[in-house]
Write a protein that binds this ligand. Structure first.
Ligand SMILES: Cc1cc2nc3c(=O)[nH]c(=O)nc-3n(C[C@H](O)[C@H](O)[C@H](O)COP(=O)(O)OP(=O)(O)OC[C@H]3O[C@@H](n4cnc5c(N)ncnc54)[C@H](O)[C@@H]3O)c2cc1C
Ligand code: SF4
Ligand code: SF4
Length: 625
């Protein structure tokens, strides 16, 4: 067993020899699936945020990926890792983008997405207890059949309950129901020592698990408060001349005591991008406010206020907009990559922040889209997104450096970064006040003294190369750098504009670089649901295609799995970037067939195994109904 090359005081086992792996396998037995293959481990080396230099700073490829099938399996692996000091990285659907799930010191990725059992529905109390690997889409689908519903959910409907507790907690419905922690009755946590604990919502300890990105324990189950499934949906989109007008309207609506279920601000660029996949200029290119009502009375008050203030969109288009709430990234118009700055900011600071932020961004000649969930009477979750292209590295770097600059700007307007992960770690003192941070640090020492959970991030960053690059992540150094970025970036950005020329590319290549690895397609792919094999998911087939395009080596067994597909087209329906996945994957199949041949026998086996699986047919029926 060799120890970590990461150096510094903390060392984790970062190379596992066969002996150690055999011990793990023997210990876990049938309670978990262990993935050792290079390709599948590489799939767990990133989240949706593409940071080209991540691999140079950290050991991002895990030594093993473990998919526990039950609590016993999970407890065994956590205890073992704690005893041996092996880093553990809990992973839901990896749809966050700040590096929270990205390994930093190799170790083991614990894929929790298969621990997705719905444990108990209490119809009387209107609560549901479920394992946190369950996706919001699965839980809502189950509840709707019982005429019930969750109170709020992320627009990444395909992400896991545990992932949203650990990262965010603000999303659709947050205006009415506030943060996710208000909708939790209790959680069960597994600590690195192997201790299991149920923590109720009235205990202070529970708050430590919200937004702390798996630092203290693995959230095993959550009991969520529910509500009756709403019978009415009364959405409205209303246009304004400027973002100042839009935010003033939001404030007036709140002052007037109007209570929509959801409020969202969108800028003109965003709405222009909504038109693109539609192929028609259906929506006005204006700043706008979107509201969803459930009661007539509230809607009437809103209509009175909106009269003579803004332009109301036609009802059918407002309905369309509400329907598309779970596909927020279709507006990326198939652009290869996006980087985003996400802040929780007081509503009254949104306008001055945006004025200043837009000024910086305009000087860089970069297009941005702004949207904002209004998540309470006084605060907004502001998301500033740049669309860019990772294949134009210099320009991409410029886009990335703007993110901390915009985040720092937000802090000066009393905002806090939404998440930390790796890349926002220097903002930790801006996100949490001194007292909270002291409590968190002491708690980490108490419950995870060997720092096996998500090490080298969140509290402080430690990198490879004797942690020399890690100096850049020190808050004081980072502050200077982000100030410098705001000054220097506009000049540099102009120099790199030449790289903006359009590139010629095949459909497959366009699709490969447009996939943002959000994982939405995983939640609905019957081949994945039945086989549990990550490599059959379109996002991962595209990862393989990227390797192929770049001239990388591919093994025949990895090629063979690309053919395990029913060609049902569900992935196309739910793709967040509106990608023609079926055609792109067929193109990939042809390329692979020419190189390795078609694995006829494996395909035959796959088809017959699919047909004999009960959950395949349940899935097919669910789609038809
Ligand atoms: C299209 C799209 C829309 C989005 N919309 C929203 C939104 O409306 N609101 C919002 O807040 N975010 C949103 N996000 C960001 C992201 O989807 C959410 O934060 C999501 O809930 C993360 O869940 P996940 O299962 O993907 O977690 P992951 O990304 O897998 O994990 C996130 C972090 O949580 C930790 N973790 C995961 N599971 C557990 C567990 N059981 N116990 C302990 N730690 C755990 C991981 O180690 C990691 O640090 C969106 C992303 C996309 C791509
Ligand atoms: S077409 Fe293939 S990859 Fe897409 S959802 Fe269906 S089975 Fe999955
Ligand atoms: S293929 Fe589409 S849905 Fe799947 S990960 Fe890529 S962008 Fe997301």
């Amino acid at each position: 067993m060799r120890s970590s090359p990461c150096s510094g005081l903390d060392r984790w086992v970062s190379y596992m020899d066969e002996k150690l792996k055999t011990r793990i396998k023997g210990l876990i037995g049938k309670d978990a699936k262990i993935v050792e293959e290079d390709f599948e481990r590489a799939l767990c080396s990133a989240d949706i945020g593409e940071v080209p230099f991540a691999k140079r700073l950290f050991e991002t490829t895990p030594e093993l990926v473990v998919q526990p099938k039950n609590v016993e399996g999970l407890v065994k692996i956590v205890k073992f890792a704690n005893d041996e000091k092996i880093a553990l990285y809990p992973r839901g659907s990896a749809s966050s983008g700040l590096g929270g799930v990205v390994p930093t010191a190799k170790g083991i990725v614990v894929d929790l997405s298969h621990m997705n059992e719905i444990i108990k529905l209490n119809r009387e109390k209107e609560t549901i207890k479920a394992q946190t690997g369950v996706r919001w889409s699965e839980i809502e689908d189950f509840l709707n059949r019982e005429n019930l519903s969750v109170r709020s959910y992320p627009s990444s409907f395909f992400s896991t309950v545990g992932g949203w507790i650990a990262t965010g907690g603000y999303g659709i419905g947050s205006f009415r129901f506030s943060h996710l922690k208000e909708q939790i009755e209790s959680i069960e946590v597994l600590f690195p020592s192997g201790e299991l604990k149920c923590i109720r919502s009235d205990e202070e300890e529970v708050t430590r698990f919200f937004g702390t990105e798996g630092q203290f324990g693995i959230i095993l189950t959550a009991t969520l408060k529910l509500r009756k499934k709403q019978k009415r949906s009364l959405p409205h989109l209303v246009y304004f001349e400027s973002f100042e007008g839009a935010f003033t309207f939001v404030t007036d609506m709140i002052k007037a005591g109007i209570e929509p279920y959801h409020i969202k601000y969108l800028d003109a660029t965003h709405l222009e991008a909504v038109n693109t996949p539609l192929g028609e200029d259906l929506f006005r290119v204006n700043d706008a406010v979107f509201v969803e009502f459930e009661e007539d009375e509230e809607r009437t008050k809103f209509l009175e206020l909106a009269e003579n203030r803004g332009i109301l969109e036609e009802q059918y288009l407002s309905n369309y907009f509400w329907h598309e709430r779970l596909f927020p990234m279709k507006t990326r118009s198939r652009k290869p990559t996006h980087v985003a700055c996400e802040l929780i900011i007081p509503i009254e600071s949104a306008v001055p922040y945006l004025k200043e932020g837009k000024r910086i961004v305009e000087r860089c000649r970069i297009d941005i889209q702004v949207e904002s969930h209004i998540v309470g009477k006084d605060r907004a979750l502001l998301i500033v997104t740049h669309l860019c292209d990772i294949r134009k590295p210099l320009r991409y770097l410029i886009h990335i450096t703007l993110i901390p600059a915009l985040t720092r700007l937000g802090v000066t307007f009393s905002g806090v970064p939404y998440g930390l992960g790796i890349w926002n770690t220097p903002f930790i003192k801006d996100k949490f006040d001194k007292k909270t941070l002291e409590i968190y640090r002491a708690y980490k020492k108490e419950v995870d003294p060997r720092t096996i959970l998500n090490p080298q991030k969140f509290f402080s960053v430690r990198t490879k190369w004797a942690n020399i690059p890690g100096i850049l992540f020190k808050p004081s150094v980072f502050r200077l750098l982000s100030r410098a970025a705001a000054l220097v970036t506009p000049g540099l950005a102009k120099l790199t504009i030449i790289q903006e020329r359009e590139m010629r590319q095949s459909l497959l290549e366009e699709t490969v670089y447009s996939c943002m690895k959000c994982g939405s397609c995983a939640a609905y792919c019957p081949a994945y649901i039945v086989t549990g094999d990550e490599s059959v998911i379109p996002k991962n087939k595209l990862y393989l295609a990227k390797k192929l395009i770049k001239g990388g080596q591919i093994a025949k067994k990895d090629s063979d799995r690309v053919f395990l597909c029913t060609h049902c087209g569900m992935c196309r329906e739910v793709c967040q970037n509106d990608l023609d996945l079926v055609t792109a994957c067929s193109e990939l199949e042809k390329m692979l067939e020419a190189r390795f041949g078609k694995p006829e026998e494996a395909i035959r086996e796959f088809v017959s195994s699919m047909e004999s699986q009960e959950n395949y047919w349940r899935f097919v029926y669910a789609q038809k109904i």
